[in-house]
Design a binder for this molecule. Structure first.
Ligand code: ADP
Ligand code: 5GP
Length: 207
């Protein structure tokens, strides 16, 4: 077997229809596992009242986004609800090459593109307990018009079908259970032998 370099970081991709509780679960995972970095996406949508530029997203204009697409800055990007969203290729590689783990909160089309380019990534889908509860949570977020909520709710049905190709699914009924499941998935993935070849070799020289 060839001698491994340092173990590259793990990419964790988490997707869900809007309102399922994905942001809440991501926040809790990052708080419990501070070694994970969050991949800050670029978007052309405007910030919500509680959002911070550079922390939640890099908020940029459509023109700036288009220029970055043309310059090949994104490993994946989509147009969603009339806005652009994308992940910077440099940001991903910088983190992974340092052996750090990276959490991507992205929708299924982007997740599929990541799967093609990073087949070792782990893919987790968050499901609401049922569609009535999904609608209630969308309304509870309280930062969108009734029109925007309706659009997101109708898109949820097509996004839900994508769950079938994800490796892990979490039903976010009880938040504490869902958070524990997310942390357990991460911890189990970190114990996979094929992710630890570099460390094993450094200690036991098996190669
Ligand atoms: P998403 O990022 O998937 O759009 P959020 O994390 O913003 O969803 O959650 C949507 C709303 O549902 C928020 O008000 C959040 O506090 C609430 N929520 C999240 N998980 C649960 C849960 N398990 N039970 C009840 N409410 C929840
Ligand atoms: P929101 O506008 O609610 O923050 O996000 C809308 C959707 O865009 C969510 O499903 C979120 O996961 C997704 N999203 C956020 N950033 C990216 C990204 O960089 N790429 C892709 N493909 N989707 C993203």
């Amino acid at each position: 077997m060839s001698k491994p370099l340092i173990d590259k970081g793990l990419i964790i991709v988490i997707s869900a229809p809007s309102g399922a509780g994905k942001s809440t679960i991501c926040r809790r995972l990052l708080a419990a596992c501070p070694e994970i970095e969050f991949s800050v996406s670029y978007t052309s949508r405007t910030p919500r009242p509680n959002e911070i530029d550079g922390k939640d997203y890099y908020f940029i204009s459509r023109d700036d986004f288009q220029r970055r697409i043309d310059e090949g800055e994104f490993v994946e990007w989509v147009e969603n609800y009339g806005h652009f969203y994308g992940t910077s290729v440099n940001a991903i590689n910088d983190v992974l090459n340092q052996g750090k783990d990276l959490l991507l909160d992205i929708e299924p089309r982007g997740a599929k593109a990541i799967k093609k380019q990073f087949p070792d990534a782990v893919f987790v889908f968050v499901l609401p307990p049922d569609t009535d509860e999904l609608m209630k949570r969308l309304e509870k977020r309280g930062h969108e018009s009734q029109e925007a909520i309706k659009t997101r709710f109708s898109q949820a049905n097509s996004e839900l079908k994508e769950v079938l190709w994800y490796e892990y699914s979490i039903f976010n009924e009880n938040l504490e259970t869902a958070v524990q499941q997310m942390i357990s998935i991460y911890r189990a993935e970190k114990c996979k032998t094929n992710r630890l070849h570099g460390k094993i070799d450094r200690i036991f020289k098996l190669y």
